[in-house]
Write a protein that binds this ligand. Structure first.
Ligand code: DSN
Length: 421
């Protein structure tokens, strides 16, 4: 495999150089189907790996605690302006290091320790920071949960309204890490209004679809919107917070100095790059194709006898229920990995197995779509997934599938342009 790192790293740290080469090969020759992963562009990678990592810039543009920040002010202002324009947000903070730190800062901006919050249970698709008992969110706040309905595994807004009336939260959190259907932010806002709560939408998974107008927009309906930038948005690993003007000061103070100190300025500049990329014509087409690909993959899996939670997908992800297949999610994901497919084990709603084992596997199409794969490839891949999971004892089949996948991957190369970087 051609080298994409220059020879100096091989000389300085051959172990890390080797690891990078190995990971390049994995990302090149296998199918990345974890729905929260993607391939960032060369422009994003280049900015992330730049000299902007060298500088401290605590504070905000024109109000830094360090000198020498002129270019950092320019970068952060560009990121903020582009995000504001892209999402039509009243205020954006581009400093959160990760999705979890964005959520922590959002809580810090509007809640006191012990305040009541209502969010989606992690067992039904919510994120760790939506009140899991082991997470700070579950420990510091009086966190209550809603789930999906047993009937169709979808959000039951009437039930959520009833729970909200009962627990009277100060904040309602919507958004999920494993929910394959549209989220109705307008209804969530009406519930929040009815009980006098703030509404926060954590849209990390679907932010790219939202930017392209391919999923309903949370911004007009939410007091706060948080998101990562590296999933469907295809930017650098990181996050942002958007909010209404009246919360701008509280949010900014919650990020710095409330929960973070020195911002990652190389990451912030790379966020600016990804917001620019998201405004290009091709980006809308890309997001549309993600959804088309997911629909075809879901259809193929169901035709092959797999039950998908909620009976399919409206967005970029789907979850297979393996309960009736004599397989658990952990073993299924391991078998798929052996065959050259990276997916992840995932609890399904009302799962009887623990989170480290699970009865589900979660798949997504953002990374495959970045490679240029379309409907035809989704049918092929759906068939391979079905074959592998229907023949768990057949290791030979997994090896043969791996070879087919390598062949397919050769037709959809990644990062050709970063060879000899
Ligand atoms: N860990 C992410 C995911 O895989 O969905 C959520 O932050």
């Amino acid at each position: 495999m051609a080298s994409y790192i220059d020879s100096s790293l091989h000389q300085i740290d051959p172990q890390i150089a080797k690891l990078l080469e190995g990971e390049y090969e994995r990302q090149t020759k296998t199918l990345v189907m974890i729905p929260s992963e993607n391939y960032a562009s060369r422009a994003v990678l280049q900015t992330m790996g730049s000299i902007l990592t060298n500088k401290y810039a605590e504070g905000y543009p024109s109000e830094r605690y360090y000198n020498g920040c002129a270019y950092y002010d320019m970068g952060e202002n560009l990121a903020k302006e582009r995000a504001r324009k892209l999402f039509k947000a009243e205020h954006v903070n581009v400093q959160p290091h990760t999705g979890s730190s964005a959520n922590m800062a959002a809580y810090y901006a509007i809640l006191e320790i012990g305040d009541t919050v209502l969010g989606m249970s992690t067992e039904h698709g919510g994120h760790l920071t939506h009140g899991k008992n082991l997470n700070f969110s579950g420990k510091w706040y009086d966190y209550h949960s809603y789930g999906v309905s047993k009937k169709d595994e979808r959000l039951d807004y009437d039930e959520i309204r009833e729970i909200a009336k009962k627990v009277k939260p100060k904040l309602i959190v919507c958004g999920a890490s494993a929910y394959p259907r549209i989220i109705d932010f307008e209804i969530f806002k009406s519930i929040a209004d009815e009980v006098g709560a703030y509404l926060m939408s954590d849209v990390a998974h679907i932010i790219g679809l939202i930017a392209a107008g391919e999923h309903p927009d949370p911004v007009p309906h939410s007091h706060i919107v948080t998101s990562t930038t590296h999933k469907t948005l295809r930017g650098p690993r990181g996050a942002i917070i958007m909010c209404k003007r009246e919360l701008a000061e509280a949010v900014d103070r919650a990020v710095f100095p409330g929960t973070q100190a020195g911002p990652l300025m190389h990451q912030i500049a790379a966020k600016a790059v990804c917001f620019r990329e998201a405004q290009s014509f091709g980006f809308k087409e890309y997001q549309r194709q993600i959804i088309k690909n997911a629909a075809i993959l879901a259809e193929t899996l169901m035709e092959r006898g797999f039950r998908l939670t909620t009976g399919g997908t409206d967005n970029h992800l789907m979850m297979i229920d393996l309960s009736d297949k004599g397989l658990n999610g952990r073993d299924a994901a391991d078998m798929l990995e052996e065959a050259g497919i990276a997916a992840n084990k995932n609890s399904i709603p009302f799962d009887t197995r623990p989170p480290a084992i699970t009865s589900g596997v979660r798949f997504g199409t953002p990374a495959l779509t970045t490679r240029g794969m379309k409907e035809e490839e989704m049918r092929l891949i759906g068939g391979w997934i079905s074959d592998v999971l229907s023949n768990p004892k057949n290791q030979d089949l997994r090896m043969k599938t791996r070879a087919c996948i390598e062949e397919l991957c050769e037709q959809f190369p990644i990062y050709l342009d970063i060879l000899n970087w």
